[in-house]
Ligand binder design. Structure first.
Ligand code: PMT
Length: 398
């Protein structure tokens, strides 16, 4: 049921707009409150009168009309979900570029609620590299994508690009609210990125982590209503951090302190950071000069954050770690599950092409303390984050 859920439904100019009639009817039947926004082009495909009658609300199209102004900020705040179905290739590209030349785009850009997108277009447009790139950009912002299906297209050709059927879209919404409801008010701690262990003011020991995997997990929890603290190491690129409580750290020691500061109040903790295992015994205050042919730096073990949280963990807390392996993957992941007293270990291997450090995709296998093991395909890190969050919710409720 979607009883009491507030949905802003955005409809764009696409032949699939006719399915929006059934979609609105199903949403209302499920108990949702629906406000429809159409792009000007959508009016050519479907009548606003039909949609306002079915949704029992005026259909919004213009930002200004006579002396009234559609408050786009309040619409995005009112909604529990903004759903755009069908999402045309044109609006998809504008969303990815952050353009804002109609009411639907203004609501999208100012929405504080989760966003779900159901694209619809011809196969060649769907497969064009710019569409792939735009879709990936939108997914990386935490928007959920309802996959297109195969079938007859408006062009008369058969192929990929048909918008999902209304019942499938409603199913995605039900799933979202079912899982989201379970996380409402939960406190989640996520670590992400590398740590830099300083040798002197200009040198450090670090690794290739970009922070993308951990941030995707943090965003997924946020989208589902959790209160998320992200402890983030010195990841070099720009990351979407809005809405997260971010604690920036540099070293493993600082990450350890930040995690222990919040762990007592945490319901679920996921350690996705690539923490340095060793740091220099001492940090030189001045730049070390180049003299000898060879040079060794004495190292000491850093604190094992995951293990220390595992020792502190209470019955009602769930602790998940990652294992980044290059060989004996399964064996090493299972050993980490035991040694660190984690509930869940997410294994990713550098032997898998397009998985691990820096990439936009990852391929994981999840192991848990109840003896279960699940393999996932190579997916975008956003999609992997969804799988991990779903897995954790199932683990809690199993
Ligand atoms: O950041 P990206 O570029 O997106 O890449 C993602 C990732 C590959 C970094 C991520 O998916 C990942 O695998 N993170 C864990 C990397 C790692 O340090 O793995 P590990 O097998 O060495 O460590 C096992 C676990 O112990 C991890 O949860 C790690 O956070 C934790 N650990 C490790 C050392 C330490 N001193 N303290 C820890 O808590």
């Amino acid at each position: 049921m979607l009883k009491g859920k507030k949905i802003v439904l955005g409809i764009t100019g696409s032949i699939a707009a006719y399915k929006a009639v059934l979609l609105v009817r199903s949403l209302i039947k499920e108990g949702a409150e629906v406000k429809v926004i159409m792009t000007p082009a959508a009016k050519d495909f479907i009548s606003p009168l039909t949609l306002s009658t079915l949704s029992k609300n005026p259909v919004l199209i213009d930002i200004f009309k006579e002396d009234t102004w559609a408050n786009h900020v309040m619409l995005g705040r009112w909604a529990d979900m903004m759903l755009v179905a069908p999402l045309s290739c044109n609006t998809l590209a504008k969303m990815a570029a952050g353009l804002c030349d109609n009411l639907l785009l203004s609501v999208y850009l100012s929405a504080t609620c989760p966003v779900m997108l159901a694209p619809a277009m011809d196969e060649d447009m769907w497969k064009h590299p710019s569409t792939r790139q735009n879709l990936q950009t939108l997914a990386s912002y935490g928007n959920s994508i309802v996959p297109v299906t195969n079938g007859e297209l408006a062009s008369g050709l058969f192929g990929e690009g048909r918008m999902a059927e209304p019942e499938t879209i409603v199913e995605h919404l039900l799933q979202h609210f079912k899982n989201g409801g379970r996380l409402n008010g939960k406190k989640v701690l996520v670590t992400a990125g590398p740590t830099y262990e300083h040798i002197d003011p200009v040198r450090f020991i670090g690794n290739h982590s970009s922070g993308k995997m951990g941030v995707a997990i943090a965003r997924e929890f946020l989208n589902r209503g959790a209160d998320v603290t992200l402890v983030l190491g010195p990841a070099p690129g720009a990351l979407p951090l809005d809405g997260l409580n971010v604690m920036r750290v540099q070293t493993a020691g600082e990450m350890y302190d930040a995690c222990h500061q919040v762990f007592g109040e945490t319901d679920i903790a996921i350690m996705a950071a690539a923490v340095a295992d060793y740091s220099p015994v001492s940090v030189a205050s001045e730049k070390i000069k180049k003299k000898e042919e060879s040079w060794s730096v004495a190292l000491k073990k850093t604190p094992d954050i995951l293990k220390s949280l595992g020792q502190k963990k209470k019955e009602n807390q769930v602790l998940a770690g990652f294992a980044l392996e290059t060989n004996n993957e399964r064996e090493n992941a299972l050993a980490k599950l035991q040694q660190k007293n984690a509930d869940i270990i997410v294994l990713n291997s550098l032997r898998d092409k397009d998985a691990g450090f820096g990439k936009d995709t990852n391929k994981v296998t999840i192991f848990d303390r109840k003896g279960r093991e699940k393999n996932f395909d190579l997916k975008s890190k956003t999609a992997v984050a969804k799988d991990i969050v779903d897995y954790i919710i199932e683990y809690i409720h199993a």
